[in-house]
Design a protein around this ligand. Structure first.
Ligand code: ATP
Ligand code: MG
Length: 641
């Protein structure tokens, strides 16, 4: 379906090529209508449809100038600038020929997908192998998107989602289900879903074969001694045990006997190798635990180092993309393939994703979920795909930021600013505008000279009428924010946004309110409880310095709870040795209660909107039966939040 639409638009791109305004006007107007509520021409991410149409317009000076002319085709113009800014570098790099790609390599590799993967002409099969021990976080999202990109966008290949379920302690079906859903949400469709546990029998047989060929041995050296021996290139005393002994120990392990649990199997590579990963890594462990899929059938589990190359080869994976901390283990991966005579698999490593004041580790994330520091895996403060979505991140923005980083190897500690600023580009053109006034210390205002109470229909978005309309009630009874009113001088001319100017007549404070309000004790000033304004519509709104939001009380005002969140950590970059719990931010949310205009009653869960002068919000809970709506503030990249 999408492919057909893309092809159709690629054909339509021709219509933007004639150097004749009359001929191209129609197609541009159609495109403008098409883009009213869309960020992309087809679907939820950049496709060849966007790129081809963009190139056609870019290459035609007449089309280009009418598109960038302010206000003529606002949707096309927004889309065009967006593609221009974000996609051009990627497009140009990705569409270069092979030689160009080689030249580009070594230069800045930001977003460069021509990473010179070898052997791609024989087909490409990638895999994303999460352990089902938690929800997907943004780092996993990067790994998944890159694998998807190479399998489905850059090459006409295949991508496998493989649950790497070799450690029963932390794994659960719940996590598998959530991973499948989250990938779907990001538009990633694996061609096949498998489990490492599907291959437990093959893996076991491969290990037996290794032992029989003298390429693996059983060991029971205690952990600490093993570590020292590894460090000092010392052979284990079992390194040269007989094949019969090794097989006997492996059988004992397989039975899960107490004796069996003290043994493990190691690959016999080279204890003298300068690369520690080659010093006889452990390939099988005995751990008599119930597995969420295989139950108690197995008491032995292969390690990642062993299972990964075997299953990659067996499943026909051609390119195993991993994060760069596996660099040292590539040699070992290749050794395993050779030792077992398996088909070749290429390795390519890319940078791990890292964000300031964020930990991307399932172990740590599980801990704060279990301790109740957050509301769950989908808490808006969590760096999980669900969490950041709940905070108001859109999928296209997420894809864009991750894909623009590309498969580069250079690790950068990313700031959240960029990703939220990108998100803003996506939500700003389509978020309806509403009004809210802080409930606490709100000021009751009488507007003299106001016309009789009436309701007008206004656009929810001044620049995008397609977002819809809202009711705006005008009357002499309105409320204003305390902070705004506190800044007014008597006699000052101010602007009531989307209404007109008014002159400040008199402010008053009631003693009762003054005693009740904590503001009073803080500043020594009692809050203002009421105000009189005189409407002055002939005044020039350009000349006032204060433009304030207001709400008529002659409508059903909707109670809303607005949450603003902060980072979970107080330290930018956690070091390996840091106890992360010491750096947990004690206050990560601020709640403000407000009253909002009557239109807010119609908002549904997941809607993204803006409160004038307050910012963008995502509706987490809609207004229902008088219960306040709950909204989460969406960061926009300002101030790094
Ligand atoms: P965690 O510490 O969160 O458990 P992990 O690497 O152990 O991370 P897996 O479920 O094994 O988690 O990861 C699945 C895939 O996601 C792996 O290929 C891994 O390299 C990749 N991945 C994990 N974290 C990141 C990250 N921060 N950036 C990029 N890729 C990542
Ligand atoms: Mg892991």
């Amino acid at each position: 379906m999408a492919a057909a639409q893309i092809a159709e638009w690629q054909k339509r791109a021709e219509a933007f090529k004639p150097l004749n305004l009359k001929q191209i006007e129609g197609p541009i107007a159609e495109l403008d209508a098409h883009l009213t509520l869309r960020s992309y021409i087809v679907g939820y991410s950049v496709t060849d449809a966007d790129l081809d149409v963009w190139k056609a317009i870019r290459g035609n000076r007449i089309a280009h100038s009418s598109v960038i002319k302010q206000g003529l085709y606002i949707n096309v113009s927004r889309w065009f600038n967006f593609i221009e800014e974000s996609e051009r570098p990627v497009v140009e790099l990705a569409s270069r020929g092979k030689e160009m790609a080689k030249k580009a390599e070594g230069k800045s590799d930001q977003g460069n997908y021509d990473i010179g993967l070898q052997g791609t002409e024989k087909g490409v099969v990638t895999r994303f192998p999460p352990e089902p021990s938690g929800y997907l976080h943004i780092g996993h999202a990067k790994a998944a998107l890159l694998n998807d990109y190479f399998a489905h966008k850059k090459y006409q290949g295949k991508m496998i989602l493989r649950f790497d379920d070799t450690n029963p302690t932390n794994e659960k079906q719940e996590f598998e289900d959530s991973i499948v859903k989250d990938l779907e949400l990001m538009g990633i469709k694996p061609d096949q879903v498998t489990h490492t546990s599907d291959y437990f029998q093959e893996l076991y047989e491969a290990a037996v074969k290794m032992i029989k060929n003298g390429k693996a041995y059983a060991d029971n050296t205690p952990q600490e001694i093993l570590r020292d021996e590894r460090m000092n290139n010392v052979d284990s005393k079992h390194r040269n045990d007989s094949i019969e002994d090794n097989l006997a120990h492996f059988e004992e392990m397989k039975k899960g006997t107490p004796e069996g649990t003290t043994w493990f199997i190691r690959a016999k590579i080279n204890m003298q190798d300068p690369n520690g990963a080659m010093r006889d890594p452990v390939i099988y462990r005995c751990s008599p635990q119930v597995h969420h899929r295989t139950g108690d059938a197995w008491k032995i589990y292969p390690t990642y180092d062993f299972a990964c190359p075997v299953v990659d080869a067996v499943e026909g994976v051609t390119h195993a993309l991993r994060t760069t901390e596996y660099n040292d283990r590539d040699a070992q991966f290749q050794w395993m393939l050779k030792a077992m005579d398996l088909r070749h698999v290429y390795n390519w490593n890319f940078a791990r994703m890292a964000f300031v004041r964020t930990f991307l580790s399932k172990r740590k994330l599980t801990k704060i979920v279990d301790k109740g520091d957050v509301w769950g895996w989908d808490d808006p403060r969590m760096p999980t795909v669900r969490g950041i979505r709940r905070r108001g991140m859109t999928v296209p923005a997420l894809q864009e930021v991750i894909l623009s980083q590309g498969p580069s190897k250079s690790i950068t500690l990313m700031d959240w600013t960029k990703i939220w600023a990108t998100n803003k580009k996506h939500i700003d053109p389509i978020a309806g505008r509403y009004t809210a006034i802080d409930t606490k210390d709100k000021v009751t205002v009488t507007v003299t000279g106001a016309p009789a109470t009436h309701t007008d229909m206004k656009d929810l978005h001044a620049k995008n009428p397609a977002v819809g309309q809202k009711k705006v009630v005008f009357s002499k009874n309105i409320i204003l924010d305390q902070t705004d009113v506190a800044s007014f001088a008597e006699g000052e001319e101010i602007t009531l946004m989307n209404w007109g100017n008014a002159i400040v007549k008199s402010k008053s404070t009631t003693v009762v309110d003054a005693l009740k309000s904590p503001l009073a004790t803080l500043s020594g000033n009692a809050p203002i409880s009421s105000l009189e304004l005189e409407l002055h519509l002939q005044g020039d709104v350009k000349k006032t310095s204060k433009k304030v939001t207001w709400l008529s009380t002659d409508q059903e005002l909707i109670p809303v709870k607005l949450y603003e969140f902060d980072y979970l950590l107080t330290k930018d970059k956690l070091e390996e040795e840091d106890d992360f719990e010491k750096f947990l931010n004690p206050t990560t949310s601020v709640l403000t209660e407000c009253l909002a205009d009557c239109n807010v009653a119609d908002l549904k869960e997941d809607d993204i909107m803006q409160f004038d002068r307050k910012g963008f919000f995502r509706v987490d809970k809609a207004f229902k039966n008088g219960e306040p709506a709950v909204l989460f503030q969406i960061p926009t990249g300002k101030g790094g939040k």
